[in-house]
Write a protein that binds this ligand. Sequence first.
Ligand code: GLA
Length: 717
Amino acid sequence: MRKPYLNYCLLMSLLFACPGLMAQERIDVHTRDISMVFTVGASGRLYQSYLGTRLASNSAPADTVMEAYAQGGGSYLFEPAIRIVHADGNPSLDLRVDSWRVDSTTDNNIRVTCIVMKDPVYPVTVVLELKAYLRENVITSSVRISHAEKSPVRVTNFSSSMLHFHADSYWLTQWHGDWAREMHMEESRLTSGIKIIDSKLGTRADMYQTPVFLLSLDGESTEETGKVLAGTLGWSGSFQLLFEVDEKDRLSVLPGMNPYASDYVLDPGKTLKTPEFIFTYSDEGRGLASRNLHDWARSYGVLDGRGSRMTLLNNWESTQFAFNEQKLDTLFGETRRLGADMFLLDDGWFGNKYPRNNDHTSLGDWQENKVKLPHGIARLEKDAAEKGVKFGIWVEPEMVSPKSELYEKHPEWVLKLPNRAENYFRNQLVLDLVNPAVQDFVFRVVDDLLTQHSGIAYLKWDCNRMMTNAYSPYLGSRQSNLYIDYVTALYAVLERLRAKHPAVPMMLCSGGGGRTDYGALKYFTEFWPSDNTDAVERVYIQWGYSYFFPANTIACHITSWGKEPLKFRTDVAMMGRLGYDLDVSKMTDKELSFSQQALKDYRRLGATIGQGDLYRLLAPYGSDRAALMYVDKDKKKAVLFGYVLHPRYGSSWAPVQLQGLDAGKVYRVKEINKYPGTKAELVEDGRTFTGEYLMKAGLSVLGKKELTSMVVEITAE
Ligand code: GLA
């Protein structure tokens, strides 16, 4: 319901004129099942009064203790959400609600609440924007900061949101790692003081820490029980997730861009917009929180989230940089023989003065290498089309090799410190994307590829280094704007590209999972979770991402990295977007026919896996097995996965109780992905059961032997 905000302003000014009078205005942000309630105090200050399961609109709590967006420099004693140093040097901000409104959108499922706050003395405006996605029970929060002072102000803190909790205990689950060991899960109890999860890497920003968390209240949560907030920041740069438990054991959560080295110099009339903090709340455990985020992501967070995904054969693991036109022609044929939809040509196809034969040269010189590809990409498009497969290609357009024609021509286009030696990571440097000429260049690299080659059906956009020694020649004296402006510039380029090429699927890659966030995924259809494709490692890595990202966004390739049986590797890769990156010519007949059948089955079941509801049944952490399942929204089809990792000798497990089915329906269970010449391992294979039975008694989806797995198709009769 739209509030008459003119009347509201009038009322507030009358009340301010009568200081003894208590005026309290309540602002509700509801989804179908959750509520966030703000109260405007008599002084015009904004408080968060409630966050949790849905409240009736008339059950007004009027807690005016916790400031909803606390300002630094005044009397607030803890970590502020915002702090500004004004043009005259005054380091304080005093925000009062000026007005608020609910904006209508064309989508009935979204309600946007904008709370406009102003400083009574300094001409600063802060707009807190909350988007409630009713069906998905997701809320996003972001902030716009602007001013009309005579000269620039410095914004030193700029959280996307500030959330408050008062519970008996707080349990934080975080995911961290490094190259090839992404998404290690860790849970700890928050104690008095501050805990920060952050990145200062600028690009490839989530290589060590991922901008996601689960917060369990009043005790640890499980998949099906407990109060959980699941949150993630839509930002591809340095970020900070800050958790502060105060002297009264209240918790404040402050997610946002990292303020480290980033005092933002904001000109009058310009707006600093924070990224969105995306969150959901569940009082039925983690599983529901994930399903909420998945539903949101597929409809709103990811490009073409509701569309289907192509299976593919990639050549990185099998050829690295060593290929040519003939070899690729053979690989197109192998893609076809395997039955995958697309061939993805990886790194190594470009550079002539400095050919890209290893990772020391050529980034920036995006012309086909004449030795490897004498007839260019055009021939590859043609050859792929003749073999009946789609063609995709790798790029890393934000980067430059010191050994490249681009670097020779434009040394001023590179992020590097004056008076210091260049600092390389993977032998490369980051382009100064803040510079509009560089943005045009990056745009043109990708635009030319897509415009000149209508046969390019897919792009893999890589980013293989973080920022170090970061200094933008373009920004001059405003270096502290670099970390933020870089990401804003990246999004501006992606925005331009998507305006012109709205549909081409793109993989977000960053040396593995160094960029996995919903800020970028607006422009991408999927992401590369890790270069580590060992299937046991992938059970954990993919499991970790599944808390926040739906299966159709998680690219899972079968490779030769791990030495597990092909069946195990295949069953693990099938839990996400299935692909291959191995030498098909080395497959035995059995391996090939097994893989061909797996791809056929995936074609039938990909929609259930990618679009269905995920139930994590048995977690791999601290155990030797894992099981999960996806269930179609209409509960007519489900796919169940069971993995036995490295159990102790003689271990055996009880049947796994399924979830998410219709208790009253009758389902047939059928083991698929059986290796040629082997019989079904599933004792119940081929039989029918009620959903109730499957959810109460379960299925014996876990075998006894290590590195074995089962995939079971469950179909309502
Ligand atoms: C990164 C990616 C890999 C591959 C290489 C190519 O490491 O994560 O998948 O594309 O770059 O150089």
